[in-house]
Design a protein around this ligand. Structure first.
Ligand code: ZN
Length: 335
């Protein structure tokens, strides 16, 4: 970028374009729009049930009927998509609830597609919520410790994704971080007649302390060990690009970076390098911090939330996944 030789103060005055809201809006490089928002929702069996999640004020584990109400409010506010996480009645060591034909997510997808046919339904594809041990894959216990098995897990993930597509899911979103899962899911979807179902891959998902409140929400905390043998190390950016490249080569349509705010450099590099549709997931810890500080009057919830989302957009995110989506859509409409 080069400036004309004489372009300097007082000829150049950057403040000229900051004088009014209309001027600032006119030259704004980045915008947050309701059409970019995705609302994550947690569903569990039951009727007329809303169980609050203590570290995430305003977020609930919902029975399917209540989830439809929540999704209806989101859609009315202009949000195009929800992302479903399921909490099954029973857990086991094969995550059978994840791919059950009438599992909690499968039932809820059918219900949503019937009640709100225009709302996009994205489904989280993972096994941790359905595993008794809470890990994202099959586990082999040995005297030296437990191993999370990669290749045998792929078949279960693929089965889960196909069962979601059969129920009517518009996009499947694998979040497990097993190697090769995008290819396994793509192949299984194609074989089952779902060649047109897109995959949004959690391509760069970091082993992060910011997920704390989510584990309560999804009841998916590992019973032993942690997820650092499959989720990424927070220190690594080049590796994140390799993960994204692999997922794209395996057939991912959208790539996702998670968490968002502490990983804006990753978002930026992913968008710049690959130019694919890129999603940012503003995780439970990010939401909880804003809620907690706002409750004490220490920050302005609305301003901080909107500024954070704008930062994700500026870094390169096309899609913003946030628990605050419905509030954000309303705030944007009031602006
Ligand atoms: Zn998982």
């Amino acid at each position: 970028m080069s400036l004309p030789a004489l372009a300097q103060f007082p000829t150049i005055r950057p403040r000229r374009l900051r004088q009014t809201a209309a001027l600032r809006q006119l030259v704004g490089e980045t915008h947050v729009h309701a059409s970019q928002l995705v609302l994550p929702l947690f569903v569990r069996p039951g009727r007329k049930s809303r169980q609050p999640i203590s570290a995430m004020p305003g977020v609930f584990q919902l029975s399917p009927d209540e989830l439809v109400r929540e999704a209806t409010r989101a859609a009315a506010a202009g949000i195009p998509a929800v992302l479903l996480f399921g909490i099954p009645e029973r857990k086991d060591n094969r995550a059978s609830g994840a791919y059950a034909r009438n599992g909690i997510v499968q039932q809820t997808v059918r219900l949503l597609k019937k009640e709100l046919p225009h709302l996009l339904v994205l489904t989280d594809v993972c096994l941790c919520e359905y595993m008794a041990h809470g890990h994202c894959g099959l586990v082999r216990q040995a005297p030296g410790g437990a191993t999370i098995l990669n290749d045998p897990t792929l078949k279960l993930l693929a089965r889960t994704a196909v069962s979601h597509a059969e129920a009517g899911a518009d996009i499947v979103a694998p979040s497990d971080m097993m190697d090769g899962r995008v290819r396994a899911i793509r192949t299984a979807l194609d074989r089952a007649g779902f060649a047109n179902t897109p995959i949004m891959a959690y391509a760069a998902k970091f082993a992060s302390a910011f997920y704390g409140p989510f584990r309560e929400a999804a009841e998916s905390a590992p019973k032993f060990g942690d997820r650092r043998s499959y989720q990424m190390d927070a220190a690594n950016a080049n590796e994140a690009l390799r993960e994204v490249a692999l997922d794209l080569a395996e057939g991912a349509d959208i790539v996702l970076v998670k968490p968002a705010l502490a990983y804006l450099d990753i978002l930026h590099r992913v968008k710049t390098e690959f130019g694919y549709p890129t999603a940012a997931y503003a995780v439970s810890g990010e939401y909880a911090m804003v809620k907690a500080a706002a409750a004490r009057g220490w920050i302005d919830e609305r301003a901080v939330t909107l500024e954070s989302l704008l930062a994700m957009r500026r870094a390169g995110a096309d899609i913003l996944i946030t628990y605050a989506a419905t509030d954000v859509a309303k705030w944007l409409a009031e602006k």
